[in-house]
Design a protein around this ligand. Structure first.
Ligand code: IPM
Ligand code: MG
Length: 351
């Protein structure tokens, strides 16, 4: 099984290195190929997503991605900025379905931004559409008739795009508690009205799943008021971007949340939802657990290794229970020491 490793910028290389060590400890026939992406690729080749990287990505069975984003590149034309690498991979590989599970490990209740008695109930999956919406619509900066500069980004979804992510939402809900909450802004946006109409149409195929709808502003409020009410959320690209960051802090730390971005055939890119954190890059302060948990999702969804995925997830839980805490979790363990803690549990379990 061929895995493309795309460490990227900032803390990306540090956290991907720990996930690789964990994968290598599993004794599976995995091979790894590294490729440049993001600001690192721009600096070496002049493009954030060079053709060679895309070729490695296409030839692999799954991709493990770190993070992109580099303040040195902020002044570049948009198409050369590091973020274009992840957007380009999502588009080129057709990775339209983004699964972002958020759950609170009981040991981390004190790390949540919420009161412990509210936070302990968090266990949800946000299903985010990933290749449409305002992210990929026509955009630019133009001049109005009165001579003012005007920025614009078109928000649009066609019904096919909504239908295929609806299916992922319903299937995800079916495998969990059979409750699906679709988040939109149908009281204001036509795009959302169509979204809602298609969700209702698709619900007819899933009579065993209870569909509800919520406006995104209310969802943001409910996520901090009573996050336990959510099980599976399905939403568009922009709303999902925002709500998943929010959910991560409710669940303890943005350093804990993995994600899977899947195409129609189940091939996927796996990445922590956090960014490149340039302020702490190279200092060994980053929490690698979101990336290690992303590797577990990769084993489950793209590599057909659910037992190995369970082992990795159990090892993370046990490392946390044993007191492993990086700075974002209120502790002092380094990136490498957090990886060591997970490996120690895995190796003890193998023997
Ligand atoms: C994410 C990130 C990306 C996004 C950025 C880096 C383009 O915030 O994966 O959530 O907005 O999708
Ligand atoms: Mg984001």
């Amino acid at each position: 099984m061929r895995i493309a490793l795309l460490p990227g910028d900032g803390i990306g290389p540090e956290v991907v290195a720990e996930a690789r060590r964990v994968l290598e400890a599993l004794g599976l026939p995995l091979s790894f190929e590294e490729a440049l992406v993001g600001g690192a690729a721009y600096k070496a080749t002049g493009h954030p997503l060079p053709p060679a990287t895309l070729a490695v990505a296409r030839a692999s069975d799954a991709l493990l991605f770190g993070a992109v984003g580099d303040p040195d590149c902020d002044a570049l034309d948009r198409h050369l900025r590091p973020e274009q690498a992840i957007l380009g991979l999502r588009r080129e590989l057709g990775l339209f379905a983004n699964l972002r599970p958020a759950r609170l490990y009981p040991e981390l209740a004190d790390a949540s931004a919420l009161r412990p008695e509210i936070a302990t109930r968090i266990d949800m999956v946000i299903v985010r559409e990933l290749t449409g919406d305002v992210y990929f619509g026509e955009k630019g900066i133009r001049t109005t008739p009165s001579g003012l500069r005007q920025g614009y980004d078109v928000m649009a979804y066609d019904e096919g795009e909504v239908r295929r992510i609806a299916k992922v939402g319903f299937e995800t809900a079916r495998a969990r508690s059979r409750r699906l909450c679709s988040v939109d802004k149908a009281n204001v946006l036509e795009t959302s009205q169509l979204w809602r109409d298609v969700m209702i149409e698709e619900a007819a195929h899933y009579p065993d799943v209870e569909l509800s709808h919520m406006y995104v502003d209310n969802a943001a409020m409910q996520l901090v008021r009573n996050p336990g009410q959510f099980d599976v959320i399905v939403t568009g690209n922009l709303f999902g971007d925002i709500l998943s960051d929010q959910a991560s802090m409710c669940a303890g730390s943005i350093g804990m949340l993995p994600s899977a971005s899947l195409d129609a055939a189940g091939k996927g890119l796996y990445e922590p939802i956090h960014g490149s954190a340039p302020d702490i890059a190279g200092k060994g302060k980053a929490n690698p657990l979101a990336t290690i948990l992303s590797a577990a999702m990769m084993l489950r969804y793209s590599l057909g290794q659910p037992e190995a995925a369970d082992r990795v997830e159990a090892a993370v839980a046990q490392a946390l229970a044993g007191g492993a805490r990086s700075p974002d979790l209120g502790g002092a363990r380094s990136t490498r020491e957090m990886g060591d803690a997970v490996l120690a549990v895995l190796q003890a379990a193998i023997v």
